[in-house]
Design a protein around this ligand. Structure first.
Ligand code: NAD
Length: 434
């Protein structure tokens, strides 16, 4: 599905207008249930609470402390359900936010659309690549909106960068470098475990879902990203954001070939996923993306992009979008200086050389410029798009298929690193080959 500039402006303008007008009557507000109210879930609860168009009416989580905090945050207005199935049976709920660990997304999203709910599912949409098409099929069959939560594609930075690239302002883009680094225990997902967590307050079976049966473990429950049973590590946690943005910027669907290597260098205790990962993704649209992440250094901690075109580059990082015009020109001085003097002199009398080398060298350099962008919070804008879609029944750009393709990149990266070989996409099957 293509997204026009108009779609974006409508989304943002609708939000801005909504924020200026009075809160709609309760009967007009979208009623939302939260399935998974952990760290991200609570972020999202706070974003939604600032949004005039929705109301959080229900919550379900596998740890008591987080349910209690959700009740605090909603002034006890949210109804608590024990399981996601119970929550989905509540007919008064229009849509659900799924913010559970990744291995649970597929089943919950499919159950939700079958129960008639629209879904905002946190990234990555899938834990395994094949789940993506299953979700897309189920959503289509029930005509439900599924929007995936890589919110960067709703940010003004993402939208402006896309406009610049699509308008050809940096020429032909053939390489994108993107990275995400961290250098702390929490950055490496070694989160503190709440002191009241125990088999009495944590529902272990609910967390496991279809994952392999294992003895109760608070490390696994609260630090699930460190374990392949529930997560694809750096690829599904961070690269999926990078790939979503790359696809959005470049109007690309999915890479044809992927090579990757990952290693666990430092955070070796209680973890079976790498802490350093590098990948190259080649796209049939005619460009490559090079993705990199380490948990052993903090340069580019917020995530950064270099989008390299023949006429210039765009960089995203440090909260801003920069345009770096390309000042390169032909310059063969060091070659022709090794020729005989009369051949060198003749070279510089050639009108073409005068134009492309001599005169071009006198032109002033074009300096980098910051592109002004609206700092409005990306997740807030992303929810604005979701609420627009619920009303209009038109999905925003990041629908189930976009989520499938972005998550599939992460699965290709992990497969390549694990199997030490290049992994290919089967375009007919719309899934990983082999
Ligand atoms: N878009 C972003 O920028 C962003 C940022 C952080 C996390 N995320 C995504 O959000 C999701 C949640 O991550 P998190 O950091 O909040 O993890 P978390 O562990 O803090 O929260 C997950 C919550 O799900 C609950 N849960 C487990 N099994 C459940 C079940 N069967 N039913 C209902 N609840 C269940 C847990 O009790 C926990 O509170 C992940 O998919 C993650 O990738 C997205």
């Amino acid at each position: 599905m293509s997204v026009s500039r108009r779609n974006f402006l409508q989304g943002s303008a609708a939000l801005a207008a909504a924020q200026q007008t009075a809160r709609p009557a309760a009967s007009d507000r979208i009623t939302l249930g939260f399935i998974g109210a952990g760290a991200r879930g609570h972020d999202l609860i706070q974003v939604v609470q600032k949004h005039p168009r929705a109301e959080i009416v229900a919550v379900c989580d596998a740890y008591k402390g987080r349910v209690e905090r959700a009740l605090d945050r909603t002034g006890n207005r949210a109804k608590v359900y024990k399981t996601h199935a119970d929550l989905l049976a509540d007919k008064s709920i229009d849509a659900v936010v799924v913010a559970t660990p990744d291995h649970l997304h597929k089943q919950i999203v499919i159950d939700a659309v079958r129960a008639g709910k629209d879904v905002y599912c946190e990234k990555p949409l899938t834990y395994r690549s094949a789940e993506g098409l299953e979700i897309a099929k189920a959503a289509k069959a029930k005509e439900r909106i599924v929007q995936v939560g890589s919110q960067g594609v709703s940010s003004d930075i993402g939208i402006k960068a896309r406009e610049y690239i699509q308008a050809g302002k940096i020429g032909k883009v053939t390489l994108i470098r993107a990275e995400y680094n961290r250098n702390s225990a929490s950055g490496a997902w070694i989160y503190p475990i709440p002191p009241d967590a125990s088999p009495e307050t944590v529902n272990w079976e609910m967390f496991l879902g279809q994952a392999p049966k294992r003895p109760f473990s608070l490390e696994r429950f609260f630090r699930w990203r460190c374990f392949q049973d529930y997560s694809g590590g750096i690829a599904t946690d961070l690269f999926v954001h990078l790939c979503t943005t790359v696809h959005f910027l470049m109007n690309a669907k999915v890479p044809g070939r992927v090579m990757a290597m990952g290693e666990l260098y430092r955070w070796t205790k209680d973890r079976d996923v790498p802490d350093t990962l590098n990948a190259i993704l080649e796209y049939p649209e005619g460009f490559a993306a090079s993705l990199s992440s380490t948990f052993n250094n903090e340069l580019s901690a917020e995530g950064s992009f270099q989008i390299l075109g023949t006429e210039g580059s765009l960089t995203i990082g440090g909260g801003g979008l920069m345009l770096h015009p390309d000042n390169s020109r032909e310059d063969n001085r060091w070659i022709v200086e090794s020729w005989s003097k009369n051949l060198e002199d003749a070279y510089y009398r050639d009108p073409k050389v005068i134009e492309t080398e001599v005169e071009a060298g006198k032109r002033p350099r074009r300096e980098p410029e910051r592109i002004p962008t609206d700092p409005a919070e990306a997740t807030m804008l992303h929810f604005g798009h979701f609420f627009d879609s619920i009303r209009s029944r038109q999905p925003y750009w990041e629908d189930a298929l976009a989520g499938h393709h972005a998550a599939a990149c992460a699965h290709m990266v992990n497969k390549s690193a694990r199997e030490r070989r290049m992994v290919e996409w089967d375009f007919a099957k719309d899934d990983i080959r082999g």
